[in-house]
Design a protein around this ligand. Structure first.
Ligand code: ATP
Ligand code: MG
Length: 463
């Protein structure tokens, strides 16, 4: 598919995507790429045709174009236009603007939301405005974008996107693809390349580092050298990102079917340390452990949890962040519980205190919503009952709404080599002997996800 796509492209080979600001786009005609309108959601097509009819420009952009060119089914469709969010609102009854500082129009079609972004001007315009009183763009002292509502044209918009593979535009006029940044070359060469100067682009929005990791893990692409180079030294910038946004991003990273790979990359690029300050110290092999567990053990436990989750995603089974975050914070819980035990607390109390401390220490970086942190703490404290309960008490535990999740967690611990007196097998048998009707049971990785208001994902800072 890609071969066909590239056979007639004559690309200008600029070394760095930022050098391409002045070049005309490569325009790939309909015969020379593999995107067909049939693969695009009707809702996205409606938005584009309606905007065109109203006299505006409108293109499919981002993951929709990238994934279709790779022969994959896009997760969602994003549209770029020169209509302002307010103008988009006038044309669609079911549209609303999200993000006060980073305005985007969401057009709803049933459960589907088409995200319509107005062409934004690039960082160089924003640079000029640094420190000015402009209410359209603003950066903080570290160069992080606090506001980004400077509108521009299609080329400006291409240059302010994150990676070259995400800056391809499909037009419904003539069904051509526009490429200002040699994104097609990079797609063919399986390269993730940041647009512009990596240091500056990460400083503007540190989440771009997480996006690079996510795309690398998902597509098994290479990180282009200059794109990868500053990551290790800039990881600390993630501390400036709003914790709710980091929750959204980590969920995207870990629950998209390639979480295990992404975890290893986050550790490799030292981003995990900033994201999970309570866990990271215990993953070191020379870490100061209070329990018998080693850093390697905890690392493996997280890998196993992510492998299981990846498998569930591939099997189209539901997944929820509660189980995953329970595993991600378990090293801290386990180690703290060992300290509490040492100072005389009973096991259950030790787990309660440690669970509380772990969540407390984590939410300043990643804001885990209460509904998940409550479930996590139940999973942790139930471990004590799963390790010890017998007879009638054990049968009663089967009724606990969080039993299934806690049981899966126990299996995860055993899978990772913890010797728990064969308790996994005990509970497996007990469930067979005493089947429990579960009408609405919160599963470890399933169901019960409350619909959340979609967050504006392209916003670099707290609202
Ligand atoms: P997917 O939807 O498959 O996760 P995507 O690339 O479409 O991948 P979105 O979050 O939907 O990701 O964003 C749509 C597009 O918006 C991206 O492809 C990119 O062009 C742009 N974008 C998103 N986030 C940023 C960012 N932080 N900085 C610059 N551009 C961004
Ligand atoms: Mg998308």
């Amino acid at each position: 598919m890609l071969k066909k796509l590239f056979k007639t492209i004559i690309s200008s080979k600029a070394a760095n995507a930022s050098d391409m600001a002045s070049v005309e786009p490569n325009i790939i005609s309909r015969d020379n790429h593999c995107i067909s309108r049939k693969q695009i959601s009707k809702s996205a097509l409606t938005v584009m045709y309606d905007l065109r009819k109203a006299g505006y420009e409108a293109y499919l952009v981002g993951g929709g174009v990238r994934d279709l060119l790779l022969g994959l089914a896009p997760k969602d469709f994003d549209v770029a236009t020169n209509a302002t969010p307010e103008q988009v609102l006038q044309h669609f009854r079911r549209a609303r603007i999200v993000g006060r500082r980073f305005k985007i129009a969401h057009v709803r079609f049933g459960r589907e939301i088409i995200e319509v972004t107005t062409f934004r001007a690039g960082h160089e315009q924003l640079e000029n405005k640094k420190g000015s009183n402009s209410n359209k763009s603003e950066t903080n002292d570290q160069g992080m974008l606090l506001r980004d509502n400077v509108y521009g044209n299609l080329r400006d918009d291409a240059l302010r996107r994150d990676f070259t593979i995400n800056a391809l535009y499909y037009s419904i006029d003539g069904f051509t693809v526009f490429d200002y940044v040699n994104g097609l070359d990079d797609l063919q060469n399986r390269l993730i390349r940041i647009i512009g100067d990596a240091n500056q682009r990460y400083a503007e929005d540190p989440v771009r580092m997480l996006r690079a990791i996510r795309f690398k893990a998902k597509f098994d692409f290479e990180l282009e050298q200059q794109t990868a180079a500053p990551m290790r030294s800039l990881g600390h910038l993630l501390n400036q990102v709003a914790p709710p946004r980091l929750f959204d991003e980590t969920v995207k990273i870990f629950l998209n079917g390639h979480g295990r790979q992404a975890f290893e990359l986050l550790v490799e690029y030292q981003l995990f340390d900033t994201l999970f300050p309570v866990t990271a110290p215990y993953l070191q092999s020379e870490g100061q452990q209070n329990s018998e567990n080693t850093g390697e053990h905890y690392y493996q436990l997280i890998c196993n949890a992510l492998n299981n989750t990846d498998q569930r995603v591939q099997d189209h089974k539901p997944v929820t962040p509660a189980f995953l975050f329970a595993a991600l914070l378990w090293p801290a819980v386990c180690e703290d519980a060992a300290i509490q035990l040492g100072s005389g607390s009973p096991k259950l109390r030790a787990l309660q205190i440690a669970g509380h401390n772990a969540v407390d220490g984590q939410i300043g970086t990643i804001a885990i919503p209460k509904r998940f942190s409550i479930a996590m703490r139940e999973i942790w404290t139930l471990q004590q009952r799963l390790e010890t309960a017998h007879g009638k008490r054990a049968i009663a535990v089967l009724q606990h709404p969080r039993f299934r999740a806690a049981y899966d967690f126990l299996l995860l611990r055993e899978q990772t080599g913890e010797s728990l007196d064969n308790r996994g097998e005990f509970w497996t048998q007990l469930q067979i002997e005493h089947p429990v009707e579960r009408q609405h049971t919160p599963r470890p990785e399933g169901g019960n996800r409350r619909r959340r208001r979609p967050r504006n994902k392209d916003k670099p800072a707290a609202e």
